[in-house]
Design a binder for this molecule. Structure first.
Ligand code: ZN
Ligand code: ZN
Length: 538
């Protein structure tokens, strides 16, 4: 009898010791793995260093599909599978039935909540074809609370999944956090109050270097590889945002103060929604978009990106210290990763005699169209998105041409460009004709409804640009299958986790597969990731 009583007492204790009260998932939009080390001398003890000195550092984590964009990245982190299964093949893809491009989170059946213009609010995760880890948690344990927040709409809507208690993103027209009727019909009163008191207007300031200029690894501020943002004369510090960006909420998102706004919104949310106070585990997904916006404009080797990370570190420290106080040091788990990394500015690569360059997409399409026109008397291409070529089926069918013959023809024209590494047809992918690891990554990112007829990738270091204007040779982007885009940080901290570094190769889909076991849930529908057992063992 006495033993039974003891067991009865012990079981909930053990349960609490192993299952965190709250999981906070942090995605940093466009973060390269090496930033952890290149910028570490700027970091405080409680920001990135919490993970690096006391947590788990998965040092060899990569994306396992192409294209490496924001929508697919967030969907893959939170579903534990690739676009082949979750369906988010890009930020925007060509929709054959509507004959136009569609955004991965645009949903015309819902309305904005929290602003009068609907432009930034018709958003939901309705294009996701599988459940997220947040869905699985909420569906299994309805008393769990699940929230997601970001500056970008897709970075909030995809992580929060279909059952989110609240997914909020930044409204570029009002500078406030909004949501859509997919989730609720009215903003909670605490969000309304937050928006009134703490919004883009109240956070905007001038941007100066956080630390002594001599402590930065890059010394050249005015490089030819940086975009000059509207209102500034040169791409140099200090940026007098208060004089030229006031009321311009789109421009606010390139300032480090957008990161601070997001952190403060998260802290308010944790408190107001009582996260971590439940008997079931709660989950908060947050995504910092500003590093991506800064990275596109200035590139990974700029003073601007270095300063953004020096400042982001302070945001993380603020978050950790609040979780310690409000939830308790051993009661939470935080993980941090990125939705993709980024390629160095290709112009800098070529100037420094490194492999890379630009691929003029419009010239390429003109060449394909000319050759098809000459042979068939018609341009048989309907659209190009994200290096996917969509054929014009009605036209091909009316001319009684064979679709797969045209696919092969387009693929072989693409292969004749020296910058093209691989071109493969959708039919070949579906038939399982995979000749190399890059084709496997294309297949992992492929959807028979949403992808094109011919998909191609460029050689490493190349970016596709829409014209050969010199402005296109400033700033950079991502989306490729190569390591500069796929190798991202994956850090864990909390709940008595053993400090360790893991060097074996991990895939981005392993994050949710690990969370499944941490939360003792059923694996999700089409989940393909594998649990990181080193983290789960005690
Ligand atoms: Zn992104
Ligand atoms: Zn980006």
């Amino acid at each position: 009898m006495r033993k039974l009583v003891l067991c009865g007492l012990l079981v909930p204790f053990v349960f609490l010791g192993q299952t965190p009260k709250i999981i906070v998932g942090i995605v940093v939009d466009q973060m390269c793995y090496d930033y952890l080390y290149r910028f570490q001398h700027h970091f405080s003890t409680d920001g990135f260093n919490r993970f690096l000195t006391s947590g788990v550092n998965c040092r060899n984590t990569n994306y396992n599909y192409v294209p490496t964009y924001t929508g697919p990245g967030h969907a893959s982190i939170y579903t534990g599978t690739t676009p082949y299964n979750h369906g988010i093949v890009a930020n925007e893809w060509y929709d054959r039935t509507q004959a136009k491009g569609v955004n991965c989170v645009f949903d015309p059946s819902v309305q904005a909540v929290g602003n009068s213009s609907s432009g930034y609010g018709q958003v939901s995760p309705h294009h996701l074809e599988t459940m997220t880890i947040t869905d699985q948690l909420k569906f299994t344990y309805p008393s769990s609370k699940v929230f997601s927040i970001s500056i970008k709409d897709r970075s909030a809507a995809l992580p929060g999944g279909h059952l989110s208690d609240g997914s909020y993103w930044f409204d570029y027209s009002s500078g406030k956090f909004i949501t859509s009727t997919f989730y609720m019909n009215q903003l909670p009163s605490w969000v309304q109050t937050f928006n009134e008191q703490k919004n883009a207007d109240s956070y905007l300031a001038d941007w100066e270097l956080l630390n002594d200029p001599s402590s930065y690894s890059r010394r050249i501020d005015n490089s030819p590889y940086e975009v000059t943002i509207k209102g500034a004369k040169t791409p140099t510090f200090p940026y007098a945002f208060t004089s030229f960006a006031r009321g311009n909420y789109s421009q606010f998102t390139i300032t480090p103060f957008a990161n601070t706004l997001l952190t403060d919104f998260a802290l308010e949310l944790i408190q107001r929604e009582g996260l971590g106070k439940n008997d079931a585990t709660d989950m908060l997904c947050m995504s910092y978009s500003t590093p991506d916006i800064v990275g596109h404009a200035f590139g990974p080797y700029s003073l601007e990106i270095e300063d953004i990370y020096a400042r982001l570190d302070l945001e993380l420290a603020k978050l950790f210290n609040t979780l310690d106080k409000q939830v308790g040091k051993h009661n939470y788990v935080v993980f941090l990763t990125a939705d993709h990394a980024v390629v160095p500015v290709p112009q800098q690569l070529t100037d420094e005699k490194l492999p890379g360059g630009y691929f003029d997409m419009s010239a390429c399409l003109t060449s394909i169209n000319t050759q098809l026109q000459k042979k068939y008397g018609s341009i048989l291409i309907q659209s190009e998105e994200n290096q996917n070529i969509y054929l014009d089926y009605p036209l091909i069918d009316s001319l009684k041409l064979n679709r797969s013959v045209i696919q092969q023809e387009v693929a072989s024209i693409l292969r004749s460009f020296p910058e093209v590494k691989v071109a493969v047809t959708g039919s070949d992918l579906e038939r399982g004709i995979i000749q190399d690891p890059w084709m496997q990554m294309i297949l992992n990112g492929y959807s028979k409804e949403r992808s094109g007829d011919v998909i191609f990738i460029l050689k490493p270091g190349y970016l596709a640009i829409s014209s050969n204007a010199s402005s296109e040779h400033k700033g950079t982007s991502h989306g490729s299958a190569f390591n500069y885009d796929t190798h991202v940080p994956l850090l864990w901290y909390g709940n008595r986790m053993k400090h360790q570094e893991i060097f074996r190769p991990l895939e981005i889909t392993d994050i949710s597969a690990t969370l499944v076991h941490m939360l003792k849930l059923q694996r999700i529908g089409s989940m393909t990731g594998k649990p990181i057992v080193e983290i789960l063992g005690h």
